[in-house]
Design a protein around this ligand. Structure first.
Ligand code: G3H
Ligand code: 13P
Ligand code: ZN
Ligand code: NA
Length: 280
């Protein structure tokens, strides 16, 4: 069934756990997430990245919505990393529960303008909105310490950003990265997270952590304790999918079935890590 993404995160806040938002690219992905959610009795968020939307378009969105409506546990449908105003205007008409307006590549002032414009529009259509402050790096980037620090979410800016935009969810940059973490392990500024949460929890704004693939149990648990309510997971599910493919299998249905099973295992694992298993 469908709740709003905000209701999911409010329940997670009350229960002291987090919800997984899993990037899906096709029907196997959608079904893997929903099957995992039903088996683990967990709420979940299906999320579509612009690159997936370019391939699957409105039919991909419709299959997410239909699967969410049919599911015996709460599932919502979210648009991830929306960095084009034009694309988001189209997205707002397709039945999503929530969107991310990603203005993290812009200057602080431009990010505010971009995010506020989309937050007002989204709210007028009853959609919830996530935005990002700071800048997430990819693992490939060879950052200096100065660059690394410059990209972290600034607590005072977060305050102004929330006031000026009216967002519902804030994606933070505390050293989290998309893709895999370096062999030395992730270097997350959990102290910063605590300060940001002190601010956002007073305003009913929920914290999102992108780049959850590659974060181990202890770090995930610390993040949840310090207020993260939505974890974005893409890389590990995609790897499971790719790893399930073989050159020798001739039957397309078998290929799809193993892909779905492989993704489902990873998604179920994350639901336990995030503490959402058994909460639906
Ligand atoms: O449409 C006007 C917005 O407030 C500003 O958006 O920074 O993406 O141009 P922009
Ligand atoms: P990962 O690449 O760590 O899975 O992060 C996914 C993400 O943040 C999608 O928005
Ligand atoms: Zn992300
Ligand atoms: Na990651």
């Amino acid at each position: 069934g469908r709740l709003s993404t905000k209701e999911l995160l409010i329940n997670a806040e009350k229960g002291g756990y987090a919800i997984g938002a899993f990037n899906v690219y096709n029907l196997e992905g959608v079904m893997a997430v929903v099957a995992a959610a039903e088996e683990q009795r967990s709420p979940a968020i299906l999320q579509i990245h612009p690159s997936a939307f370019k391939q699957g378009g409105a039919p991909l969105v419709a299959s997410c919505i239909f699967a969410a409506e049919q599911a015996s546990v709460p599932i919502t449908v979210h648009f991830d990393h929306g960095n084009s105003k034009q694309e988001l205007l189209e997205i707002l008409e397709l039945g999503f529960d929530s969107i991310m307006a990603d203005g993290s590549h812009l200057s602080f002032k431009e990010n505010i303008a971009y995010t506020k414009y989309l937050a007002d529009l989204a709210h007028s259509k009853n959609l919830m909105i996530e935005a990002e402050l700071g800048r997430l790096s990819g693992t490939e980037d060879d950052l200096t310490v100065e660059d690394y620090l410059a990209r972290l979410t600034d607590v005072n800016q977060a305050n102004e950003f929330i006031d000026s935009t009216g967002i519902d969810f804030l994606a933070v940059c505390i050293g989290n990265v998309h893709g895999t973490y370096p062999a030395s392990g992730p270097n997350l500024r959990l102290d910063l997270l605590k300060d940001i949460y002190a601010l956002t929890s007073k305003r009913g704004v929920h914290l999102v952590l992108h780049g959850a693939s590659g974060l181990h149990k202890d770090i995930i648990e610390e993040c949840v304790k310090r207020g993260v309510r939505k974890f974005n997971v893409n890389t590990e599910v995609r790897k499971a999918y790719m790893g399930s493919l073989t050159k020798t299998e001739k039957d397309v249905v078998n290929v799809m079935t193993s892909a779905k099973e492989a993704m489902k295992v990873v998604v179920a694992e994350k639901m336990h890590l995030f503490g959402s298993a058994g909460k639906a």
